[in-house]
Write a protein that binds this ligand. Structure first.
Ligand code: HPA
Length: 277
């Protein structure tokens, strides 16, 4: 019989713990083109995903595959430099394995980043959006199947999927750094096609402000395990049909890269505010 989720987590942890000297307090997931933050940690220890059993590597351009350990100020951090997506064909339990590892390593909060399409015509490529809630439109849920009650409850509450205090902490940091941030609901779709203009109109009428192909499953797995979540979207383009532009992953990566410095400032401040000194 294949390993249970808990056994798989333990197998992965056995490959990680001998290589790190401190347990992380905060986890960070770095999305498309946003991986640079991982290299800014002090005392950086990088473990390639390939060295960690059960952690699949991403084949998507713009996603390095390293688990990065180190500090931001006084806070020990673990960073996923690159994530895997359901559309790559990995089983959903593999897609959320990385964040489950973070939870078992002992983090109390995970800050997730992603590249997303903006659904609001007045927004621009390069805007940053604090995620206040999500729509899981992926057609799948990582908790389907028998529930391991030692990981979390059968029916997790999602009322505050995105932690209210973490949201406020990001607003405070953005204000201090004079960085304008938008706020809104992130719609997670399976991809890998970008949306049609009709789907974009539908998403807007459903109450979403941004659309992407990640994050929602990770947040579900983390909430299952009782971990506080915060998420920040880099609006790399306006979604299909809002402008005359055709969508291209190269542009997504390029805009994300241009926002590198602002993102590093926001994430560093957010991490410091996410845990008590
Ligand atoms: N749609 C879905 N995912 C995305 C987009 C988009 O427009 N931009 C970046 N990721």
């Amino acid at each position: 019989m294949s390993e249970t989720i808990r056994e798989a987590i333990d197998t992965s942890l056995a490959a990680i713990t001998p290589r790190i000297s401190a347990r992380p307090k905060v986890g960070v997931v770095l999305g498309s083109g946003l991986g640079a933050f991982g290299d800014t940690l002090t005392g950086l220890v990088k473990i390639p995903y390939g060295d960690i059993p059960h952690l699949p590597s991403s084949n998507v351009v713009g996603h390095a595959g390293n688990l990065c350990f180190g500090k931001v100020g006084h806070v020990d951090v673990v960073c996923m430099q690159g994530r895997v997506h359901l559309y790559e064909g990995h089983p959903i339990r593999s897609v959320v394995h990385g964040v489950r590892l973070m939870a078992k390593l002992g983090v109390s909060a995970v800050l997730l980043t992603n590249a997303a399409g903006g659904l609001i015509p007045e927004w621009s490529a390069g805007d940053l959006m604090l995620v206040t809630d999500h729509l899981n439109l992926m057609g799948q849920n990582p908790l389907v199947g028998s529930n391991d009650d030692t990981l979390g409850p059968r029916f997790p509450d999602m009322t505050h999927a995105y932690d209210v205090e973490l949201q406020e902490a990001l607003r405070v940091v953005a204000k201090k750094e004079s960085i304008t941030i938008r706020e809104g609901v992130y719609a997670g779709l399976l991809g890998p096609t970008y949306e049609t203009p009709a789907e974009v109109r539908m998403l807007r009428s459903l109450g979403a402000q941004a659309v992407g192909m990640s994050t929602v499953h990770e947040v579900i797995a983390l909430r299952h395990m009782g971990i506080r979540c915060g998420a920040l979207s880099c609006i790399t383009n306006l979604a299909a049909g809002i402008t005359k532009n055709i969508l291209d992953h190269k542009e997504v990566e390029e805009i994300a890269r241009q926002k590198r410095q602002e993102l590093i400032k926001l994430l560093s401040g957010w991490i410091l505010n996410a845990v008590p000194a």
